[in-house]
Design a protein around this ligand. Structure first.
Ligand code: C2E
Ligand code: CA
Ligand code: CA
Length: 764
């Protein structure tokens, strides 16, 4: 069981404005509509400069602009986007050549230079299709691939029926280069449509959202090409009929699709969307049957019949080999993670030893990757959003790995990766790549979420040749990475917190609590209005007999895990209140703030214990402030609220610590008794030169004030920040610019010297 005392401060949550359709799409629609209307109104006749020239060319080039805009937006993150853009450009260029030649009244021969442009469209589109297909299908089992094939063949059979007139005309006429080229277009269209339908079938729930728009676009293309081929074969094609608009419509739909999908969070053309897995194969099977029935009534091409028969054969294969396929499928399902489609823990245990055994001397690296803050996303935004996040995470990870690498989801937010044949250096580089891929915001159902990840790395064979040992070491390295907030960490022997080592630390911790090894340091909180120090925050340190002063981030998690938090909080409270009593006796009426962990807010006796500590020392409850983090909301909310209400009624004050770093909704500000907000230091520390961070800080100050709360800025490290916060009406500042946390005696000296000092620089 993992206990995290505080959320790491990497996460932000924001709801973006509703995505507006880009104005480019409106221009695209307008141009297309203009062209269509023009074609209908112009009637027959020679080349019309306005309709065939200006409008026709604009209708070709507007999709090009939309596509390249999508390339710019996705910054080449996914290769398929520039490939589609290049395909559309190629077609538009060919068309422009054609139109400009027609303007001069010239009738281009078939084939001409224009056909190079038209034909260039296909290899580029097919390449764009192949890239995600290879990337995604690698992870899929063969029952799924079978679905894809059934979908492709079914689509092919239907198109072949539509193609029949072209094929007959081509065969009956004399075979020339012109007829071959004209026939080639619809054939390529068939290939493209079949390919994309196949991908849709195999992808199931992972298919691109506007995938049907794309297929529609390609079908528009195919239909237009069939018409064109028929007209061309009969020598009847002329520029300026509504047929010309078919290509423009097709290109526009392709551009529209690219624009839409490139806005998806992954920047991947194929992103998350759900269609029931069996939909496409079922339709394809029905369509193939339809083709065969049609073939028994009227003449259809041999190609169509062959494709339809192949569709049905493949679709029937699961029935014939039902038993074997069921077994294979069950085997696959038992080893597949249902949510992400990745191999699961079981697959990992059977697969990795096999891979490592191939060449036992070959060095490899095992990663354990754990998302930071996943629990918070799940708890505050719901499991559906959590699921979407995991799917997108698995896609991003998959996209950054080589085909020889092995990626599995172990459960929850934990993933394992085997980098086969990898040195330690490559492992570190890949870890950095993966982390930066995950650091880009995720858009989940309109909510933008940012998460980080921590990666623990163990090395084969240096650190073990058994999978169990490697996993354990990667796990310890991952904890190290989390504790150090370093993102990734390669296992070292000193990280072994397992077994003996852990027991020793735990025993040491108990001993430390018993033998008074914990000390409290105090950090001043300065009133920005008067420049007075009215209060301090108590921060605990472990004065370890061997290790020296140990800071809370290195032992608080262990304290929580060992269930010793109540004891530690008691010690800190006693020491802090003892010290406060001393200060008060010296005529220094300081208040003291003590950090209370979320786990303490389930202890219903806490208020009475605190009241006892205060009365023992003759202190008023108002000298004590309790700092709680937002994650208390994740626990038992009603109980936490009851405890806070009691404390507040006594006169103790409450601050929300690390404000803004959690995923909680702000509604608790309305319901809970709170006096102070302490804006998380990451916000203050990112202010310099960052206009958005600065605006955020300013508006949080206003928010606090409008709720009647005091605003405290933490992590104030520079005079500039200090002056800015003062000018914006922030109430209190805390940070290294003023003073770090120091022992009580040192604070006394600092306070004494300060009374004779000038005001801090930069403040007026
Ligand atoms: P926190 O409550 O947010 O405490 C502020 C932390 O920021 C302290 O780290 C402090 O030394 C550091 N800090 C102060 N000014 C600056 C600055 O200008 N720049 C930067 N970068 N950092 C600054 P520390 O003492 O290591 O404490 C870490 C965390 O440990 C605390 O975060 C708090 O959550 C927890 N903690 C500390 N003492 C206790 C305790 O007695 N009980 C409990 N439950 N948690 C504690
Ligand atoms: Ca604090
Ligand atoms: Ca804080």
């Amino acid at each position: 069981m993992r206990v995290r005392t505080r959320p790491e401060r990497v996460a932000t949550l924001s709801v973006p404005p509703k995505p507006s359709r880009s104005w480019l799409n409106w221009v695209l629609g307008g141009v297309l509509a203009g062209f269509l209307v023009g074609l209908v109104l112009r009637g027959d006749g020679d080349f019309n400069p306005l309709v065939d020239g200006w409008l026709g060319l604009s209708a070709m080039w507007a999709p090009v602009v939309v596509c390249w805009w999508a390339v710019y937006r996705t910054r080449f993150r996914a290769v398929e986007v520039p490939l589609v853009a290049a395909a559309v450009t190629c077609f538009a260029a060919g068309n422009s050549y054609f139109v400009l030649a027609a303007r001069g009244g010239q009738v281009l021969p078939v084939p001409s230079l224009a056909d190079i442009g038209f034909l260039g469209f296909y290899p580029l589109m097919l390449a764009a299709l192949a890239v995600p297909a290879i990337r995604q299908l690698r992870h899929l089992g063969w029952p799924v691939l079978l679905d894809g094939a059934v979908g492709s063949l079914g689509a092919g059979a239907v198109l072949a029926v539509l193609l029949r007139p072209v094929l007959t005309a081509a065969v009956s006429g004399e075979l020339s280069l012109a007829t071959v080229v004209a026939t080639a277009y619809p054939m390529f269209d068939l290939l493209l449509v079949a390919g994309f339908v196949g991908i849709g079938a195999a992808q199931g729930r992972n298919v691109g959202r506007r995938w049907s728009v794309l297929v529609l676009g390609l079908v528009a293309f195919a239909a237009t090409d069939v018409f064109y081929a028929l007209l061309q074969l009969n020598g009847q094609y002329v520029v300026g009929t509504p047929v010309d608009a078919g290509w423009a419509v097709g290109l526009a739909l392709v551009a529209f699709w690219l624009d839409g999908t490139s806005r998806s969070a992954t920047g991947r053309v194929l992103s998350v969307w759900s269609i029931p897995t069996q939909t496409v194969p079922t339709i394809a099977t029905a369509a193939a049957l339809g083709v065969l029935i049609l073939g028994s009534q009227v003449a259809v091409s041999t190609l169509a019949v062959t494709l339809a028969a192949a569709t049905l054969t493949l679709a029937a294969a699961p029935l014939v080999f039902r038993h074997r396929i069921r077994l294979a499928d069950m085997h696959l399902q038992a080893r597949t993670d249902e949510l992400t489609g990745l191999p699961n823990r079981r697959a990992l245990y059977s697969e990795i030893p096999k891979r490592l055994a191939v060449d036992p001397r070959r060095r490899s690296a095992l990663f354990l990757l754990d998302l930071d803050k996943f629990k918070e996303v799940n708890d505050s935004l719901g499991h559906d959003i959590g699921d979407l996040l995991l799917i997108q995470v698995s896609q991003r990870l998959g996209g950054k790995l080589a085909s020889s690498d092995f990626l599995a989801r172990l459960g929850g937010d934990e993933f394992a990766i085997l980098l086969y044949g990898s040195s330690a250096e490559r492992a570190v580089t890949v870890a950095e790549t993966l982390r930066s891929a995950l650091s880009e915001p995720f858009v989940l159902d309109g909510v933008t979420v940012q998460v980080g990840a921590s990666i623990g790395i163990s090395l084969y064979p240096d650190q073990g040749d058994a999978l169990g040992a490697l996993l354990r070491k990667a796990d310890m390295a991952m904890y190290r990475a989390k504790a150090l907030r370093s993102g990734h960490h390669v296992y070292r022997d000193t990280d072994n917190t397992d077994g003996d080592e852990r027991m020793r630390t735990l025993a040491e911790l108990r001993e430390g609590l018993e033998n008074d090894q914990f000390v409290v340091h105090y950090q001043p909180k300065i009133d920005l209005d008067t420049n007075d120090v009215r209060g301090v925050e108590a921060l605990v340190r472990w004065n370890h007999p061997l290790r020296g002063l140990v800071y809370p981030d290195d032992f608080i998690p262990l304290v929580e895990q060992a269930g010793l938090m109540k004891t530690l909080t008691g010690i800190v409270l006693e020491k802090a209140l003892d010290q406060t009593k001393v200060w008060h006796a010296q005529g220094r009426p300081l208040t003291v703030a003590v950090n209370i962990s979320a786990s303490s807010l389930i202890d219903l006796e806490l208020p009475d214990r605190i009241l006892g500590l205060l009365t023992d020392r003759g202190l008023s409850p108002s000298v004590l402030m309790l700092e709680i983090t937002e994650d208390f909301l994740m626990a038992d909310r009603d109980r936490a609220r009851a405890i806070l209400v009691r404390l507040r009624a006594m006169g103790t004050r409450i601050a929300v610590d690390d404000f803004g770093s959690g995923y909680s909704s702000l509604s608790y500000l309305r319901d809970l008794p709170i006096d102070e907000l302490k804006l998380d230091k990451s916000f203050i520390m990112s202010m310099s030169g960052n206009a958005r961070a600065t605006a955020l800080v300013a508006s949080t100050i206003d928010l606090a004030h409008s709720l009647g709360l005091r605003m405290v800025a933490e992590g104030v490290e520079s005079g500039g920040d200090y002056a800015y916060l003062a000018s914006r009406g922030c109430d209190v500042a805390q940070g290294l610019y003023v003073s770090g946390p120091v022992a009580a005696e040192e604070l006394d000296r600092w306070l004494a010297s300060r009374s004779s000092l000038l005001l801090p620089a930069g403040h007026d």
